[in-house]
Design a protein. Structure first.
Length: 563
């Protein structure tokens, strides 16, 4: 029996080696980027586009999303309506019914698309699709509606919609199907495929710099010409992150997605326009060391290298000491026009001077004792940890926060205790009741009803609003550091926090009850975002790690799936 097992194992290993040798002998897929003319804003390439599309169409996530509130809200958004309008214009230009699924028919294996104009959605698409299958598509069957052309020795077809003046051009070259919304793009691609010497996407600096800095291509790769993309008003309008100012410092970027059954990993490389100040080794190492302190039941954590004193002060004050409503930041979004009454102002607006700058409105705020303390103690890294729990009755959800600051020198315990107690005293009491520090097993705690807790371990300062959270952080000091130095590390436990999020937002939005007979707009958190959470119910956690290397910013985003 033992000999049979050994023989079976040897046979399996031999078969594996033969299969690996066979796979290595197979010709690698032909690169598609040399066939794309220069000038795009974005390039997207998939190793097997048809498989990606089939996985999405058959997924439970798609079914739940289409039936959910998140899709309901998205389907009424400006971006959705614009994309739908572009799809209708494409169908009209191609002479196809608007409800025909063109994408499924033309989705081949190794595929790439380049976007040349984000406003008019002008693109070139190339996909590996055997010619026999290409000729079965509705697009090829309707070629009689198109005008024939020729480029690079290959016939192609062009059709223009007289109403919208939009173009659709397509061709079959060997086992590749080409589709474009501009005749010149398709003509240029065919000439490049036949050996033409025109400029390609690979000759542009933004492409060569970003691709050279990236590793092997993933299952899906996106390359962005940020120097051209970010200034576009359409990008500034529809970019959901709304961090255009941050993106403006980069000239190009590459994002690769690697998929497996239980993990999706996105590797990003962003190329800065100019050299930046290098983050020293000490803050990057301190950030990695902080991650080991994160409790297992943490909902979310954020570790950051070299935070400014202002950032640290705001973090401690807003999360722990004195949460309050302050003057909101200036809006970056233009005001919406009210179309009901047609009024554009009131008579009192005539008294508003427009030739003077608005008054400052408030005297410059005096620096708090906490801010002065943190300015004297340069911070190497900061860690924010948050967790939630149900109260004993199971009705309410409590949110607990902890902040850990690592200084370049040891903290002065007396100074820290004095500053923190003085900071919370105006909020809690008119006297000194409840703001005295009491020694607990491993930390200090205020003697009042508010359980603000404090612990100092040399260069480490831990402040939290929950004694148990402080104890869990302290218990992790014995853990070894298994994270490489980084400038930013964050994690989110979706599986652990999803139900508490639904409970919390459901209670918050309970007053906004539906009125019978009126159109209901889903509540943003308890219905819209919770619907998206339901779509991603199999997502266990997400982790982000950011490192810098000269002009390169390296980001790795890892999504862990339950199955």
């Amino acid at each position: 029996m033992k000999r049979a097992s050994l023989a079976l194992t040897a046979a399996m290993i031999s078969a594996g080696l033969l299969w690996a040798a066979y796979q290595g002998s197979l010709p690698q897929p032909t690169p598609l980027s040399p066939w794309f003319p220069a000038g795009p804003m974005l390039y997207l390439e998939a190793k097997d586009f048809s498989s990606l599309l089939a996985d999405w169409n058959s997924s439970v996530e798609k079914r739940i999303w289409v039936d959910g509130s998140n899709y309901q809200v998205f389907s009424r958004s400006r971006l959705f309506l614009r994309l739908k309008g572009a799809g209708d214009e494409f169908s009209a230009a191609a002479g196809l019914p608007p409800d025909m699924d063109v994408l499924s028919e033309v989705a081949g294996g190794h595929s790439a698309m380049a976007l040349y104009d984000i406003g008019n959605l002008q693109f070139l698409y190339v996909t590996y699709l055997p010619s026999a299958k290409s000729m079965q598509t509705t697009l090829w069957q309707s070629r009689a509606k198109f005008e024939p052309r020729n480029a690079g020795g290959v016939s192609f077809f062009v059709r223009r919609d007289p109403e919208s003046q939009k173009e659709v051009a397509f061709a079959i070259s060997g086992d590749y199907l080409l589709l474009a919304t501009r005749e010149d793009l398709l003509r240029g691609a065919l000439e490049l495929m036949s050996g033409g010497k025109d400029l390609t996407i690979e000759t542009e600096p933004w492409w060569s710099q970003s691709v050279a800095a990236a590793g092997p291509a993933g299952d899906l790769r996106m390359v962005l010409n940020l120097a051209k993309l970010v200034p576009s008003p359409y990008f500034r309008t529809y970019w959901v992150q709304q961090n255009v100012t941050d993106m403006n410092q980069y000239s190009a970027a590459v994002s690769d997605l690697f998929r497996s059954r239980k993990e999706y990993r996105e590797e990003r490389v962003l190329i800065a326009k100019a050299a930046r100040e290098t983050v020293l080794d000490a803050p990057a190492h301190a950030t990695a060391e902080l991650v080991r302190l994160v409790p297992e039941n943490a909902a979310i954590y954020v570790a950051k290298a070299s935070p400014s004193p202002r950032e640290c002060t705001d973090l401690v004050e807003t999360k722990l000491l004195a949460p309050h409503l302050d003057q909101g930041p200036a809006s970056q979004v233009a005001p919406e026009i009210e179309l009901t009454s047609g009024a554009t102002g009131t008579s009192s607006d005539l008294e508003t001077r427009i030739d003077y700058a608005p008054a400052a409105g408030a005297v410059a705020k005096k620096e708090s004792p906490l801010a002065l303390l943190l300015e004297k103690s340069p911070i190497l890294a900061s860690l924010e940890v948050e967790s939630t729990e149900r109260d004993p009755s199971g009705v309410f959800v409590r949110i607990h926060s902890a902040v850990v600051l690592v200084s370049s020198s040891e903290w002065n315990p007396e100074a820290v205790e004095s500053v923190l107690s003085d900071s919370v005293a105006p909020t809690l009491t008119a006297s000194q009741l409840g703001v005295k520090w009491e020694q607990k097993s491993a930390h200090l705690q205020l003697d009042g009803l508010w359980p603000l807790s404090l612990a100092i371990r040399g260069k480490y300062l831990i402040v939290a609003d929950d004694p148990a959270l402080v104890e869990r952080v302290l218990s992790n000091f014995a853990h070894s550091v298994d994270t490489k130095p980084a400038v930013f590390i964050a994690g989110f436990s979706h599986a652990r926090e999803r139900n508490n999020f639904l409970r919390f937002t459901g209670l918050v939005d309970q007053n906004n009850a539906r009125v019978s007979g009126q159109t209901h707009e889903p509540e943003f958190f308890s219905e819209n975002i919770s619907s998206l959470s339901a779509v991603l119910s199999q997502l266990v956690s997400e982790k982000i790690v950011v490192r810098t290397d000269g002009v390169k910013t390296l980001e790795v985003v890892t999504y862990e799936w339950a199955e």
